[in-house]
Design a protein around this ligand. Structure first.
Ligand code: CU
Length: 172
C-alpha cells in the first residue's frame, strides 16, 4: 500500500514536471502554420520606368505565444525580396538589409512604413502601376510562408490613410 502511494506520488510529480516544462514552448500543435500571423494593409508605391527597386509596407501582427521573424519572401515582379530598415546617418536616410530578419514579438505587431522597416522588392522586372495588385509571399522563420497582395498606390504616397502628407523622404 505504501509502495503504491509512493509510486503514484512520484508519478504525479513527474507528470507535473513534464507539464511545466512544456508550458513555455512554441505555439500549440493545433495552430496551423500561419494562423498566428496576420497582415493588414499591404501596399506599395508605383515606380518609375527604369526604377529597379520598390518598398512594400504593411502591419504584421503575431497573436502566437512565441516571437517570430520575417526573414524574406518572393514575388513574381521582382528578382528577390529583402527585409530592410532605414535610419538617419549624418542627415542622410540610409537603408540596410536586416540579415536576421525582423522580429515580430509574441502578442505584438510591427508596422512597416516609409522611412522605417520595409520589405524591399529588388531587381523589379516591370514598373509597379497604381491600382495594380501584386502577389507577395512572405517568409517567416516560425510561421512559414504567408501569401498576401500588395495594393499599388500613386507615387509619393506615404501611407494609405495619409495621402497628402509630405513627411519623411521617399526612397527606392
Ligand atoms: Cu529598402
Amino acid at each position: 500500500m505504501i509502495r503504491t502511494t509512493l509510486a503514484a506520488a512520484l508519478l504525479g510529480s513527474t507528470l507535473l514536471l513534464a507539464a511545466c516544462n512544456e508550458a513555455p514552448e512554441a505555439p500549440a500543435a493545433t495552430e496551423t502554420a500561419a494562423s498566428f500571423i496576420a497582415v493588414t494593409e499591404p501596399w506599395s508605391r508605383e515606380t518609375a520606368e527604369g526604377q529597379n527597386a520598390g518598398g512594400a509596407f504593411m502591419t504584421i501582427a503575431n497573436t502566437g505565444t512565441a516571437a517570430d521573424r520575417l526573414t524574406g519572401g518572393s514575388t513574381p515582379v521582382a528578382g528577390r525580396v529583402e527585409i530592410h530598415t532605414m535610419s538617419m546617418d549624418g542627415g542622410v536616410m540610409r537603408m540596410r538589409q536586416l540579415a536576421d530578419g525582423l522580429e515580430i514579438p509574441a502578442g505584438g505587431e510591427v508596422t512597416l512604413k516609409p522611412g522605417s522597416y520595409h520589405v524591399m522588392l529588388m531587381d523589379l522586372k516591370q514598373p509597379l502601376k497604381a491600382g495594380d495588385k501584386v502577389p507577395l509571399t512572405l517568409t517567416f522563420k516560425g510561421a512559414g510562408t504567408f501569401e498576401t497582395d500588395l495594393v499599388v498606390t500613386p507615387a509619393g504616397t506615404m501611407a494609405p490613410e495619409m495621402k497628402h502628407r509630405e513627411e519623411g523622404r521617399p526612397h527606392g
